[in-house]
Design a protein around this ligand. Structure first.
Ligand code: ACM
Ligand code: ZN
Length: 751
């Protein structure tokens, strides 16, 4: 069995060298430098990894050996920290780090290069020289334990998963509205009251609750154990105490810290709450100093995350204490920021000064830009990349973690019916992989402020450890390659076979990883000018695909897929891939051609740029949208109406016009409030043939798809105008009241 150095993340340089390779056997020793406990630990890790993958038990030694040995050391002379040089010849494998972290990453590469068989077989490591270094110094992964907590044992397992992917920062989201999960000795009620909630909402703020108390927290001793465990794996634990918003759990424990004085309840549903720390109350500054004094004792990390996201100013605007504080500080509104925004900056800067006095630095979510950045703040850009761009231009350090590519709570497939319930969104492995975290619109100088990349796993809907693993792997593999590998080396097609090997190791390690990438993927290209739809099918490993077009069950006796299909009439495509005799999950897609299919379509108003996808052709591609609103198969309008005109090319008998819509009010996606169809002979003068008003969605509306259906006496028309009116402003019952509602549509069917 041969080792293969093309691992995830891909090393920067792998040069095959002449001569025989190294044969790893049971008698091979792992050497570490005398009296170096850190390297000894790394040597022991390597012995464990080898045992797991090959079944061979290797001895670890500090006695000089020159033959049949893996040598760990750290005197590789390069500029970049965490680099390593891995040299293999017939006598030795030398892993030479620029520092001990570098040695550790060399060990990870060696480990991932081994076949995973476990049957006591020797492994041949071909002769090679690998030179490797990380692209970014900050390589993070965030886990939210506030919404649903996890056991100490699982946190350690999670850290192992991070280490496997060369990640060096574990961002631990410890506090939020729904639970305070870290013991603070000065404020015992934080965990006594704040770590417990009476019940939890079912699904997405459905109005129904499970009636079951939920709680838990980490003692300081346990948290220190996590810090130690992570340190051995060269991972820094960055704690987050989110302020001044997302503080409901703390307010429930200490109601005097809020503007109204309460009473408050630990959050039982998700979202953003108006009750936040009262910035005009001197007690919160004492409180924050007390909390962070203990936090810095537990966590030696240079960075401490202080949140700053999603903190409404509703209470501050009417709170006499907050307004007095604004006066005292002489804060004034300007064109960009309100005086309350500036009050938040004051709070963040206050905490920054305190942490600076303890030798620490702050990280905050990109909202900390609003009202002015604290002087030395590092910005975590999550609402896209623009916050990060703005911060880099202001010469502040930036960590990129945009929802669009790096929110691992989002769905990883459009087939959401067969997924555990999730928050929405759509971030498949490829989307993670595609992210280039350094925006080209920044100058070379500004680009240096992008110090890292991170993905986030929020756990509103991620209750069990198995589910957390499922959401994390294999997307974290794609993340690790954005974090580690230089962009010119990145290639998704070549990444996939590397990922398959890594998945063998996941399997061996007993991890519960997602396998969506093993399913058949497709690319669908509707072409209005030729009146055809091109369908390409793929498997990540080129496993052969067989398909039927008549809806019958596909098997390996069906037609083999050789080249893209081109269709110009209704088909029901079903396909399977075979790996040996093993059949993949079935792929299916229905294309129904109707009078509107592949006809010229024009939109009067633009969809939102994030929800435009392939554009209006999506509405006439013969294919009904599947998945949630972010699946790429719906088009979304923010506040404005959907107005489309379809040119049927010739006067055509029509009597029915259907428009599909998608509703998910908890995600600000509302239904249409009026549906109108008008027809025309010349595209100038229109005659209305259907109009119906539809009530605004009420509080009890569910997630669903709704077909708007217009039926009218058969009439001849060439142009058909379809109007679906947007709700406009979100109604008062909703947390987003007054903001613009979204309207999502797909597929116009004309009969
Ligand atoms: C966040 O997702 N609220 C940072
Ligand atoms: Zn207040």
């Amino acid at each position: 069995m041969n080792a293969d150095y093309e691992v995830v993340p891909l090393p920067q340089s792998i040069v095959k060298t002449d001569g025989e390779g190294f044969i790893l056997k049971g008698s091979t020793k792992i050497y570490y430098p005398k009296e170096n406990d850190v390297q000894k630990q790394t040597a022991e890790f390597l012995a464990e990894y080898i045992k797991l993958s090959t079944g061979l038990t290797l001895a670890v030694t500090d006695q000089d050996v020159s033959d049949n040995v893996i040598i760990l050391k750290a005197d590789y002379k390069v500029e970049k920290p965490e680099s390593y040089n891995l040299i293999v010849d017939s006598k030795q494998i030398i892993i030479n780090g620029s520092d001990e972290a570098g040695t550790f990453y060399g060990v990870q590469t060696l480990r991932k290069s081994m076949p995973v068989d476990g049957t006591n077989k020797e492994v041949v490591f071909p002769a090679v020289s690998i030179e490797d270094f990380p692209r970014f110094g900050y390589r993070g992964m965030m886990l939210d334990v506030a919404r649903h907590t996890k056991s100490l044992e699982f946190i350690k397992k999670y850290i192992d998963i991070l280490a496997l992917h060369n990640i060096n920062k574990f961002h631990w989201h410890l506090t939020d509205d729904q639970g305070w999960r870290i013991e603070i000795k000065k404020y015992p009620e934080l965990t006594k009251i704040g770590s417990q909630r009476a019940q939890t909402v079912i699904k997405k703020n459905s109005g129904e609750f499970d009636g079951k108390p939920y709680g838990g927290f980490f003692t300081q001793e346990e948290a220190k154990e996590v810090v130690e465990y992570a340190k051995k794996r060269f991972i820094t634990v960055i704690p987050e105490v989110d302020l001044p918003g997302h503080m409901l759990a703390a307010l429930a424990a200490y109601p005097n810290l809020g503007c109204t004085g309460g009473p408050y309840k630990v959050g039982e549903q998700w979202g953003v709450f108006d009750d936040v720390l009262c910035a005009g109350n001197e007690d919160i500054y004492t409180f924050l100093e007390g909390v962070f004094s203990e936090i810095v004792e537990i966590f030696p990390s240079e960075y401490v995350h202080i949140g700053g996201d999603e903190s409404p100013k509703t209470r501050w605007k009417v709170c006499p204490k907050c307004q007095a504080k604004i006066k005292e500080l002489k804060l004034t509104s300007d064109a960009k920021h309100s005086k309350e925004d500036k009050l938040q900056s004051y709070v963040m800067t206050y905490v920054e000064k305190f942490l600076n006095s303890k030798g620490r630095r702050i990280i905050g979510w990109d909202e900390i830009l609003e009202g002015g950045l604290a002087p030395d703040a590092t910005v975590m850009s999550w609402r896209g990349m623009s916050g990060g761009i703005e911060a880099a231009k202001l010469h502040h350090d930036v960590i990129m973690t945009p929802t669009s590519n790096l929110y691992f709570d989002y769905y990883q497939t459009t087939d959401i019916q067969n997924e555990p319930f999730g928050i929405g969104g759509y971030v498949p492995v490829q989307k993670v992989y595609e992210l280039e975290p350094v925006p080209s619109e920044l100058t070379k100088e500004e680009q240096k402020y992008i110090i890292g990349v991170q993905a986030n796993l929020w756990c509103e809907y991620v209750v069990t450890p198995e589910h957390a693993e499922y959401m994390t792997m294999p997307r974290i593999a794609a993340l690790s390659e954005i974090q580690w590998t230089m962009p010119e080396k990145k290639n998704y097609e070549k990444f996939l076979p590397r990922l398959t090997k890594l998945m063998d190791l996941y399997q061996r390690l007993g991890y519960n990883y997602a396998t969506h990438i093993t399913a058949i993927a497709s690319q669908i290209e509707p072409d209005i000018s030729s009146g055809t739809i091109k369908i390409s099918l793929f498997t990540y490993d080129n496993a052969p695909i067989y398909y039927t077009l008549d809806g019958s069950e596909p098997t390996d006796k069906s037609v083999k897929y050789e080249q893209p299909l081109s269709i110009d009439s209704s088909v029901y495509l079903r396909a399977v891939a075979y790996r040996g005799s093993e059949k993949s999950k079935e792929y299916d897609n229905k294309f129904d051609f109707n009078k509107a299919t592949l006809k010229e379509i024009k939109l009067e108003n633009s969809p939102h740029k994030n929800y435009t996808f392939k554009g209006p052709v999506l509405l006439v591609d013969g294919k009904r949208a599947v998945g949630g609103f972010a699946s790429g198969e719906w088009i979304g309008f923010e506040g404005n109406d959907f107005v489309a005109t379809i040119d049927l090319k010739e006067a055509t008998d029509i009597s029915k016009v259907i428009t599909g819509t998608y509703e998910e009010p908890m995600s600000w996606v509302f239904g249409a409030t009026e549906y109108t169809v008008a027809i025309s002979e010349d595209g100038k003068i229109y005659k209305q043939v259907y109009d119906k008003k539809i009530p605004v969605l009420d509080k009890n509306s569910a997630i669903r798809t709704v077909d708007l259906v217009a039926e009218f006496p058969t009439t001849k028309a060439r142009f058909v105008k379809v109007i679906a009116k947007n709700t406009g402003k979100i109604p008062d019952w909703h947390e987003g009241k007054g903001s613009l509602a979204y309207l999502f549509v797909d597929e116009i069917i004309i009969e």
